[in-house]
Design a protein around this ligand. Structure first.
Ligand SMILES: Nc1ncnc2c1ncn2[C@@H]1O[C@H](COP(=O)(O)OP(=O)(O)OP(=O)(O)O)[C@@H](O)[C@H]1O
Ligand SMILES: [Mg+2]
Length: 218
């Protein structure tokens, strides 16, 4: 099983939105997905309640129980765990960072998100955790110079996964309906972005597995 965590103390950057739509895209690509909600705001739990489906499985978990919960999930045959964390660099985020094979930092293409990611990055480095950025809520093409600068800055800070995710109503409507964008509007651009994002993450996880053995949930 591979584990990915959405982390960053910057609130509103898109952790929960991307976690839910990515989970559905990965599920449609054949993964058995289990989602763990570590945020007291319970975004994933609310989404799952609205969804009313068995898959993906969603459960709330505390920092102290994360390792044993991941071990149990793996034992049950799930192939992918996706962790959503609160927008603070506290015990939940740290536990997720330490146990995830890959941490994803969503950032909007503005200076505030980039500055705010600095403390999260410091923690990730301290815990020797692997991480990548994803640029989210990008404005449409006419403002692409700013997005381009954001992308270059993030690449310099440690790696950026493709594609850039644009601001699209599909993300908001899908979340409200308890579905992923690939279910809400399968032929839409947001759905295409999520399928491409899952492909990038999968490639990245595979590359990582070649370099280092799987991190054990212990
Ligand atoms: N690509 C996108 N297009 C349009 N709206 C988006 C996109 N990504 C996120 N949003 C919107 O931005 C807001 C914040 O997103 P979200 O709740 O996922 O952020 P978060 O990082 O989980 O925040 P918190 O730290 O508070 O948990 C939501 O209203 C969501 O609908
Ligand atoms: Mg959230």
């Amino acid at each position: 099983m591979r584990t990915i965590a959405f982390v960053t103390q910057k609130g509103g950057s898109g952790k929960s939105t991307l976690a839910t739509s990515l989970a559905v895209a990965a599920m449609q690509a054949g993964e058995r997905v289990y989602m763990l909600d570590m945020d007291p705001q319970r975004s994933l739990m609310n989404w799952a309640e609205m969804r009313g489906e068995e898959e993906p499985s969603v459960q709330a978990v505390t920092a102290g129980r994360l390792a044993s919960t991941l071990a149990a999930i793996e034992e049950s045959g799930f192939t992918l765990a996706i962790i959503d964390t609160p927008g603070v660099d506290g015990p939940a985020a740290i536990a997720a960072m330490r146990l995830a094979d890959l941490n994803i930092i969503p950032a909007r293409p503005n200076a505030f998100d980039l500055w705010a990611s600095e403390t999260t990055r410091k923690l990730l480095r301290q815990h020797r955790a692997d991480y990548v950025f994803v640029l989210n809520q990008c404005p449409p093409a006419q403002q692409s110079a700013r997005v381009q600068q954001g992308a270059e800055a993030l690449e310099a800070l440690g790696g950026l996964i493709t594609p850039l995710i644009l601001t699209r109503v599909d993300f908001q409507e899908a979340a409200r309906a308890g579905v992923g964008v690939t279910e809400w509007h399968p032929s839409g651009a947001a759905a295409e972005e999520m399928r491409a994002m899952w492909s990038s993450i999968k490639r990245r996880l595979a590359r990582r597995a070649q370099k280092a053995p799987m991190r054990k949930a212990a």
